[in-house]
Design a protein around this ligand. Structure first.
Ligand SMILES: *[C@@H]1O[C@H](CO)[C@@H](O)[C@H](O)[C@H]1NC(C)=O
Ligand SMILES: *[C@@H]1O[C@H](CO)[C@@H](O)[C@H](O)[C@H]1NC(C)=O
Ligand SMILES: *[C@@H]1O[C@H](CO)[C@@H](O)[C@H](O)[C@H]1NC(C)=O
Length: 203
């Protein structure tokens, strides 16, 4: 139990859960990835659709997130979501421009997605501002709207009567949904005010 001394007192009870849930718990790596894993775990525990793996791999790939607090992690997730959405917008444009054999129904869906993603990018930029201003409720409404947009884009392809068309954007929609969900969950953690994560990031 010597590694408890690495952590502030307020983390003790969560550390207890970490120790019993991670058998190979290492105090050295715990210091850097600690807040990422804890946050992703907590979010995954609260939602069946939340991907713990995507959360940890996405956040751990960004070096600065190893020292970030909760707000910082949410901003990183939003920045990743913004990059993702921008590159998806380009993918949609390329699909629409370069593929003349597209089903006309798919063209309509892609145009809808184009609109949804352009609006989503604007919304995400506003969300970062809301988050920086600590207007978490507004930020959460915006994030939910972007998540909804990714689902709407995905669902569109399934609406053709009598035929099941594969969505060419399944991975993109999934990634955007998940990245926004990270920020949304953190927004909830910050507004609920009663979690150890709040206290651990307060300094
Ligand atoms: C954090 O999560 C990563 C990826 O899931 C894992 O490799 C690492 O061991 C975890 N660290 C802790 C301290 O739980
Ligand atoms: C989108 O996000 C996912 C999850 O973090 C990542 O694996 C993927 O590389 C990102 N794509 C782009 C184009 O940024
Ligand atoms: C063009 O669209 C068709 C129908 O959706 C698809 O089968 C084909 O792979 C696409 N080609 C390219 C180059 O994207």
């Amino acid at each position: 139990m010597h590694h408890i001394s690495f952590f502030p007192i307020s983390l003790c009870c969560c550390l207890f859960f970490l120790i019993i849930s991670h058998e190979n718990f290492s105090p050295i790596t715990a210091i850097s990835v600690d807040i990422i894993n804890q946050t992703c775990r907590k979010c995954a525990d609260e939602s069946h659709v939340f991907s713990y793996d995507l959360c940890t791999t996405s956040l751990q790939a960004v070096p600065v997130s190893h020292v970030a607090n909760l707000q910082g992690l949410a901003l990183i997730a939003m920045e990743l979501a913004l990059n993702n959405a921008s590159s998806t917008l380009q993918i949609i444009k390329n699909l629409l421009m370069s593929n003349e054999s597209l089903d006309p129904f798919v063209v309509v869906c892609l145009k809808d997605c184009l609109q949804l993603y352009s609006d989503g990018i604007t919304t995400l930029e506003d969300t970062e501002g809301a988050f920086l201003g600590e207007h978490y409720d507004n930020a959460n409404i915006c994030l939910s709207a972007v998540m909804e947009a990714s689902s709407t884009c995905e669902e569109g392809f399934k609406e053709k009567e009598g035929e099941v068309l594969p969505s060419p954007l399944t991975n993109e929609n999934y990634n955007l949904f998940q990245l926004c969900d990270i920020a949304l969950c953190i927004g909830h953690l910050l507004t609920s005010g009663s979690t150890f994560l709040m206290r651990s990031s307060a300094t």
